[in-house]
Design a protein around this ligand. Sequence first.
Ligand SMILES: Cc1ncc(COP(=O)(O)O)c(C=O)c1O
Length: 367
Amino acid sequence: VRIDPFEIERYYERWEFAAELMLSSSDCESLSVADLFALEPDAERRLAELRLGYTEVAGSRELRAAAAALYASAGEDDILTVAAAEEGLFLAFQALLAPGDEAIVEVPCYGSPLALARSAGAAVLPWRRRLEDGWRHDLDELAALVGERTRLIYVNSPHNPTGQALDADDYARVVEVARERGIILVCDEVYRGLEHDEAARLDAGVDAYEHAVSLGAVSKAHGLPGLRVAWLASRDGTALAAMRELKLYTTICSSAPAELLLAVALRHDAELVRRSRGFVLAHLPLIDALLARHGDIFSWVRPTAGPIGFPRISGVGDVRGWCEGIAAEHGVLLLPGYVYGMDDHVRLGFGRADTGAAVERLEAALA
Ligand SMILES: Cc1ncc(COP(=O)(O)O)c(C=O)c1O
């Protein structure tokens, strides 16, 4: 596979474990294995007794049942487990796109959809959201991008990096546009549940549209990024089968211990998501205050969903160099916007328990 460098993950590979405090992470405070054991009385025993044989390609029945229960319309056979959301994106873009296809990808976005679509030989049509519009989607622009060769549309709500949720009417329109031509809609829902106002939660893609592929994970809203297992849900049997076929070349089947622990977590979905939302809602005012004190350099559209936001930044010179200097000298990590192709922004994250300490550290750096 020929593929562009993944700038976000390259940056984190360099800095995430070198800086003491994270003020840009997209995950929420993580849980321990013991925390998961505490959710169900027999979880620890079941894990200890688990035989480490190969697992079913589509995922264990137990896990698929737990994932399907999150949706109104999906059954166990509509679920495919994957080794993390990242594998889910890889399978979706590589299996569902071919040379000559066009893929519409909302930008800015987590880098892999753009790179994966290109590496599959598809032409990528960026659907741009702009700060000046409050990051709102431009539906006329979407209609103008769709054509005879459009095979796939990628949307991500809650959104990385802006922290905005797709508006419900706009979402309905996106589904309508996709349905008119039977276009596959990849709904990246890895931040689902972290809408600041729970009423803003959208129906999952798999429930909204028969050719949607929902990507679900527990890395962000459940505090379990190290589990490295996630799932795809789709009622489009042909699309699901194509992704399952490709999985035979990536991981064949997922990690048995991770599948067991993920099933435990998903049976307690609401409780785990509530805990993460608690961190997000408690810390957002700290970021508000920080940005208000430094209005000379930061301006933003306040996030409404998820643990991250994407302020514009000015007056600091080279933003990447500025961020790296702060990481090296003060031990607090921001994510410079160049990784999204937007040099004059930084990503801030506020889902970790030590967000207060990270804000104080940044204050000291700014002083
Ligand atoms: C929108 C989006 N999709 C997918 C992923 C990949 O998630 P995971 O780390 O669980 O593989 C990320 C990670 O940051 C993300 O932000």
